[in-house]
Design a protein around this ligand. Structure first.
Ligand SMILES: Cc1ncc(COP(=O)(O)O)c(C=O)c1O
Length: 396
C-alpha cells in the first residue's frame, strides 16, 4: 500500500518507529553508483539479470521487470487479452491498484467477499460470482498469506477462465509445494518501498506463457518491436515497428541494480520477520484484539503485514482511536485496507453498499498493521509490544 509521506517532525524524531522502513546496505549503494558510472542507466543489462534471477526464484519461465506492480497488473490483463465486456473477479479487501488495473484494461471488476479468518478471497463466493462474461479470477495474497489456490485453480479450470495473481505482498509465499506466483497464468509483484524487498518503485510480471510475456514486454515500451537496449546497443542501431498502442512501464537499470541485491537477502529477512511475528503473537495473546490466523499447513506465509483487528465492543476503543494512540506513542502503523467497495469511485460506479461484502467491510473497519520490518531491533520490537499492551490494557 502507498504510505503517506512522513511529516518532518516524525522524520526528525529518531525514536519514532517508521512503518515499513526499507534498508539499503553499502552493496545497494555501490550497485547504484556503479550503474550510474557505467554510462547505461536506462533499461539494459541489470534489468536482464534481475529478470533472470527473479524468474528463477519464483520458478516461472518469464519475468518482465516493470515500473510498478500496478503496471504489471495492467499489462497482465491486457496481454492476456482482457477488455471491454469481460468480467474479472477479485477481492474488495485490497489496494486500489488491483481493481483500478481491471478498470484500466476496460474490463469490469466483480468483487467476491473474503473469509474473515484468512482475509483472502473466499472460493465459495468466487464461484457464486461467475457469469457468462467472467474471463479471469484475480486473487490477492493479502498480507503475504497464500490464497486457497487449489480451490481457485479448480474453479478456473472448470469454467475455462484465467487466474492472474496479485502477489504484491507475497514474494516468498508458497502453497503445497508450489511457489506463489507460478500457480496461475500470470502473477504480479511489487517492489514499492514498504514491500518485502524494494527497488524504490518497481514491479514484476511473471508467467510461464510465452505469448503473455512477449506481449507484455512490447506493451511495456510503447508497443515497439525492439526496446531501447536493442536499438542503441553496441551492435548498432536497429529500426523498430510500433505494433500496439503501448505504455511506458519499463524498469531502469538503477532500480534493477538495487533489486538484484535485495532479492539475495529476501529469505534472511523473512526469517527475521517470522521471529518478530512470533514475539508479537505471544505478547498479544490474552489482549482484547484479534491476532492473525495461524499459517495454514503446507503453506509459507510471506509475513508482509502483521495485522490486529480492533473491535470497539471488545477493545473499548475504535481502530482509529487505537491507531492515533500508537502514533502518539511513537509507533507508525498502516491500514490494509479500507474495503474498496466503500470508496466513492467504486461505491458510486457500481452502486455498492457496505454490507454487500460484509466480511471485507468488517475487516476494513477494524484492521491495523504493526511495524514488521526485518530491520527493527529487538528493543524496537519490545517497544511496539509495550505500547500495544499499555493502550489495550488501559482500555479494559
Ligand atoms: C495488494 C497490492 N496490489 C498492488 C499494489 C501496487 O503496487 P505498486 O505500488 O508497486 O504499483 C500494491 C501496492 O501497495 C498492493 O499492496
Amino acid at each position: 500500500m502507498t504510505t503517506p509521506p512522513l511529516m518532518a517532525r516524525e522524520m526528525a524524531d529518531r525514536d519514532y518507529i517508521v512503518f515499513g522502513k526499507p534498508s539499503f546496505a553499502e552493496e545497494e549503494i555501490e550497485a547504484v553508483a556503479s550503474t550510474l558510472r557505467s554510462g547505461w542507466a536506462g533499461t539494459g543489462a541489470q534489468v536482464q539479470t534481475f529478470q533472470r534471477a527473479f524468474a528463477d526464484y519464483i520458478g516461472t519461465r518469464h519475468a518482465v521487470a516493470l515500473g510498478s506492480c500496478t503496471a504489471a497488473l495492467h499489462l497482465a490483463l491486457v496481454a492476456a487479452g482482457l477488455g471491454e465486456g469481460d468480467e474479472v473477479i477479485t477481492t474488495p479487501l485490497t489496494f486500489a491498484a488491483t481493481a483500478n488495473a481491471i478498470v484500466h484494461s476496460a474490463a469490469t471488476p466483480v468483487f467476491a467477499d473474503i473469509r474473515r479468518d484468512t482475509m483472502n478471497i473466499d472460493p465459495v463466493q468466487v464461484e457464486r460470482r461467475i457469469s457468462s462474461r467472467t474471463r479471469a479470477i484475480l486473487p490477492v495474497h493479502l498480507a503475504g498469506r497464500p490464497c486457497e489456490m487449489d480451490a481457485l485453480r479448480e474453479i478456473a479450470h472448470r469454467y475455462g477462465i484465467m487466474l492472474i495473481e496479485d502477489a504484491a505482498h507475497a514474494i516468498e509465499a508458497r502453497y503445497r509445494g508450489g511457489k506463489i506466483g507460478a500457480l496461475g497464468d500470470a502473477s504480479c509483484f511489487s517492489f514499492y518501498v514498504t514491500k518485502n524487498m524494494t527497488t524504490i518503485e518497481g514491479g514484476m510480471l511473471c508467467t510461464n506463457q510465452d505469448h503473455i510475456a512477449n506481449k507484455a514486454r512490447i506493451l511495456s515500451l510503447h508497443g515497439m518491436t525492439a526496446d531501447a537496449w536493442a536499438r542503441f546497443s553496441d551492435e548498432g542501431y536497429k529500426h523498430y515497428d510500433v505494433i500496439f498502442t503501448g505504455f511506458k512501464y519499463n524498469m531502469t537499470d538503477v532500480q534493477a541494480a538495487i533489486g538484484i541485491r535485495q532479492l539475495a537477502k529476501i529469505e534472511d529477512w523473512l526469517r527475521r520477520r517470522r521471529e518478530i511475528w512470533t514475539r508479537y503473537d505471544d505478547a498479544f495473546s490474552g489482549l482484547p484484539c484479534i491476532r492473525p490466523a495461524p499459517e495454514e499447513p503446507e503453506t509459507v506465509h510471506a509475513r508482509h503485514l502483521y495485522t490486529l483487528l480492533i473491535d470497539e465492543t471488545v477493545a473499548g476503543m475504535t481502530r482509529d482511536q487505537f491507531l492515533q494512540a500508537l502514533h502518539r506513542n511513537g509507533v507508525g502503523c498502516g491500514v490494509h485496507y479500507r474495503a474498496l467497495h466503500v470508496h466513492p469511485y467504486y461505491r458510486n460506479r457500481f452502486g455498492f453498499s457496505p454490507n454487500d461484502f460484509p466480511n471485507a467491510f468488517y475487516v476494513g473497519e477494524h484492521t491495523i498493521s504493526l511495524p514488521l520490518s526485518p530491520h527493527l531491533t529487538d528493543d524496537q520490537v519490545a517497544r511496539v509490544i509495550a505500547v500495544v499492551r499499555a493502550i489495550l490494557v488501559r482500555s479494559l
